[in-house]
Design a binder for this molecule. Sequence first.
Ligand code: LAN
Length: 687
Amino acid sequence: MLIARETESSPQPPAPTLGERAVAALHRGVAPLAARQAADGHWPGDYGGPLFLLPGLLIALYVTGTPLSEHRRRRITAYLWHTQTDEGGWGLHIASPATVFGTALNYVALRLLGVPRTEERLRRARAWLLAHGGAEGVPSWGKFWLAVLGVYRWEGVQPVPPELWLLPRQLPLHPSRLWCHTRAVYLPMSYLYGRRFVAPPTQLVAELRDELFTRPWDALDWSALREQVASGDLYRAPSSALRGLQRVLALHERRPSSLLRQRALAFVLDQVRREDESTGYLTIGPVSKALHLVVVWLADPASAAFQRHLERLDDYLWDGADGMKMQGYNGSQLWDTAFAMQALLESGLAAQPGPLREVLQRAYRFLDANQVRQDVPERERHFRDATAGMWPFSTAEQGWTVSDCTGEGLKVALRCASWVERPIGDDRLRLAVDRLLEQQNADGGWSEYERARGPAWLERLNPAEVFGDIMVGHSYVECTSACVQGLVLHRRERPGYRAAELTRAVARGAEWIGRRQRADGSWYGGWGICFTYGTWFGVEGLLAAGESPASPAITRACDFLLGKQRADGGWGESYRSCVEARWVEEQRTQAVQTAWAVLALLAAAEHGSPRSASYRAAAERGVALLLARQGEDGAWPQEAISGVFNRTCMIHYDNYRDIMPLWALSRYARLAAGTTSGVGGEPCSRT
Ligand code: LAN
């Protein structure tokens, strides 16, 4: 009776709605994110994943006689054991099965770290390597590092003649036309190759010669090995055109003119120095970082440049729970900050002054401090595009600016302008717009770093067997979408600036995005896994450009996403999608990919798609999954790896696991509450 009466007088509160639960989850989720913000406003994160970077660095340190601290030696060794596969080898990246490239190089790395050949795990690694043809078939970048160490003969390495840099600039084969990362790798390689640098022999090198190959070292036919690559490692088999070119170059290498060689080496060294100076000795990426270390040491072991390089090693090293690794970049600082800010802005939680506002304000300061404000000195002589006004992926000091980082940076700068203490001046935002307009490719899309410079057929001469699409710049849906979104927001918030050009650029960008949509409605993502990521950008880009949400393109894209939703409400796509260029399911659904799909579906719903109800319903099931995956502490657990480059190599984005679910929940909560406003009344809708 008592119970019945109580129920009558105080009815059970109704179960919270999904919207209310999302808001509660947001409150819990922003706390751990806020706690991890660095004093300068960015979010530090582990940017590991690739497994071909540490060996290059360790070889570089070894050949330059640079000692490794005991701490680093232990932590790096721990990482290498941690990443050994069950089969006993190492892959191209942490999610990949063992390859000859990964195994030969990481075997060498462990030996350089002092592990004896008799160590049980190393014996398994060696057994795996020898069963797969030994280091004879290591891909070209592996051959290169082994040659520097003295474990491979230079005759077994495909030519990288520095003289190519002396060709007339107009020629398509001039290295300045290559994709910036490829030219940054082959530039220092050409120096070391041109000098045929080999480290002084040591006992360890002699032992490695003995351990890595299936046949006695002295009996190996080096010039035949030049063309030998383990079949399991091949992603892009060398074309016959490339083989032809390499044979011609090898003939030339029998008797290179010493005068030309000296001139070419001097030219290359000057380029290396310019790159060092314009990047604070970070260089554009991890491979060039290790190569430059050897180059500047070889040019002058007592140089300040060599010391500066050593001082900036830490920027690439990350000591995580799994050990110490070399990261794929000097970090993802700006990129993560721009995304985290958008997730927070869209939540509206920071609308009132308070601690979360402070988080945004600090993040904004990072954005402000890391806009690149000038071009590289004598940039034409260094083959660099203008950069003043753009944002980089990591830091302004590193200096290599990226189109989509600029697009995202511009978006957040504009969205915060009305309420931050010291907004970035309009002149600086206009510079960003100028650069984006300059960098649009002839096909209407955007590449990442530079406007595309080389003809597409140069891809047929790709000598790096393990990567695809690395020879020249290509337009990407992510870059194009982010640039379109940034330009559209600028046009809306600061009308009148280069209006006609902006409108035309946006239309051409949208056309490019439309053309690249696949028959199934998806887009291939070049930098995140994979169709889920690409489709999120495709949808947002088209909607920002004014595409009707009822259009076939948007409908097909959303239908694609609906078709991939799994019974648990989530999305889960394997990294194999990137490699195979077709959808491959991941075993378990992924919170990060679910967030991307939810963001896309809700964007279409918010813009008024006639199918809004079904998109919202699907998004709600995704949101429910995100809520279920959130931990007690408000954070999300790390699931499968989510980033990629060059089609084959996966890379870890540490902060995505929190940022992306938070962003999706923010959007859902905002729509559920029926508001279009985020912080300071800034409209969040992307129209
Ligand atoms: C990156 C990191 C960021 C990434 C995004 C901004 C996310 C993307 O939208 C555009 C491309 C870009 C800038 C990008 C390009 C390729 C990079 C630089 C990397 C994935 C980080 C590491 C990778 C680089 C090529 C690794 C070094 C390996 C070689 C094969 C040279």
